[in-house]
Design a protein around this ligand. Structure first.
Ligand code: SF4
Length: 341
């Protein structure tokens, strides 16, 4: 049995699911505490069992506002209070819905032979007049999953919940709890030829038993990322540049420094990548005074001139006479000496 929350990463890396079982349980527990707070206005006693980090994180989450959808001739306004919350969902390997007791532990779920994948859905609504269901997952950040509302986890929830309710369509959604904003994906029909591709991806992810760590952009959504052996960084000896700053550096020291500094650039990239991945999963990093936050935002792509189109419109074969050139500037790099040829 594979956890639905693991599917987006499991599709690429077989090791991600085997390493994060505890994280999944703790995420489900965070959601339970949060829903209780949203319904009663007070944090339940059980919240004390959360780690300091989890507590800090969920305390700044915002209560879901109504889910509003205006598209494709539909107008939906779905209240948080009317949502079906923390529903456990199961799918068998032939994609039939399997009803499960919500009190089953991960170990007990693992022991059900016909169960291919299972998960706890944060919020869902049934909309009979449009023969559809809407599912929404609470995340610390919309960037917690690479494909956002089109993530395989949400498709698995959508399919399972549609099957449970006997509906033919679903809309996937994410409540970005840090930002306090709903995001939604497309309306997906489950009885179509196109949907077979999604089923195939779910099946492939569930059958990924590879022992290899496969690194990629999906690592940013992986809960094993913080301790994954495939991302270990060698910090090296940080006093190695002292001769450069006390006036004792020789050419050999500079040569070594150039080699080391390349490694430092790689280290800086890795550290930045780690910080980005952390913020994707946990939400923004706040400044000490709380007045700023370091977070991702989506920007429109850069505009550029379509040179082929301009040449066509102007009836010319080259744009060289329109090109401008800036002043020369210095570039340091390793260059092959002529006598070495
Ligand atoms: S961080 Fe990347 S390589 Fe490591 S377990 Fe997760 S997906 Fe695999």
């Amino acid at each position: 049995m594979r956890r639905m929350s693991s599917l987006p990463v499991l599709e690429y890396c077989g090791r991600s699911d085997t390493l994060g079982v505890g994280v999944d349980t703790s995420n489900a527990f965070r959601s339970t505490c949060f829903h209780s707070y949203c319904e009663n206005g007070v944090w339940p006693e059980a919240t004390k069992k959360l780690s300091e980090q989890d507590l800090t994180e969920i305390r700044r989450w915002k209560k879901p506002t109504p889910f509003i959808y205006k598209k494709n001739g539909m107008f939906l306004e779905l209240e948080y209070s009317a949502a079906d919350k923390e529903q456990i969902l199961g799918l068998t390997s032939d994609f039939t819905f399997l009803s499960l007791d919500s009190k089953l532990t991960q170990e007990q779920l693992q022991a059900i032979p016909e169960l291919m994948t299972a998960g706890h859905l944060d919020m869902a609504w049934e909309v009979p007049q449009f023969d559809l269901v809407v599912i929404s997952d609470i995340k610390s950040s919309i960037f917690a999953v690479k494909d956002k509302c089109e993530s395989l986890q949400l498709h698995a929830y959508g399919l399972a919940y549609a099957l449970m309710k006997g509906r033919s369509k679903y809309i996937t959604g994410i409540w970005d709890a840090s930002e306090g904003k709903h995001y939604y994906g497309n309306v997906t029909e489950v009885n179509t030829f196109d949907f077979e591709a999604i089923k195939e991806r779910i099946r492939t992810a569930c059958n990924n038993n590879s022992d290899n760590y496969t690194k990629g952009t999906h690592c940013g959504s992986c809960w094993k990322r913080d301790s994954c052996p495939a991302h270990l960084v060698d910090l090296g000896n940080e006093n190695r540049f002292s001769k450069l700053f006390n006036g004792e550096a020789t050419e050999a020291d500079i040569r070594q420094a150039l080699v080391d500094v390349k490694g430092l650039g790689e280290l800086a990239n890795k550290v930045t990548e780690f910080c980005r991945d952390w913020a994707n999963r946990h939400g923004p990093v706040r400044s000490e005074d709380g007045r700023k936050q370091w977070s991702a935002a989506l920007r429109s792509g850069r505009k550029s001139l379509d040179t082929d189109r301009i040449m066509l419109d102007l009836g010319v074969e080259s744009l060289d006479k329109y090109m401008k050139e800036g002043d020369e500037y210095k570039v340091f790099d390793w260059r092959l000496l002529k006598e070495n040829k």
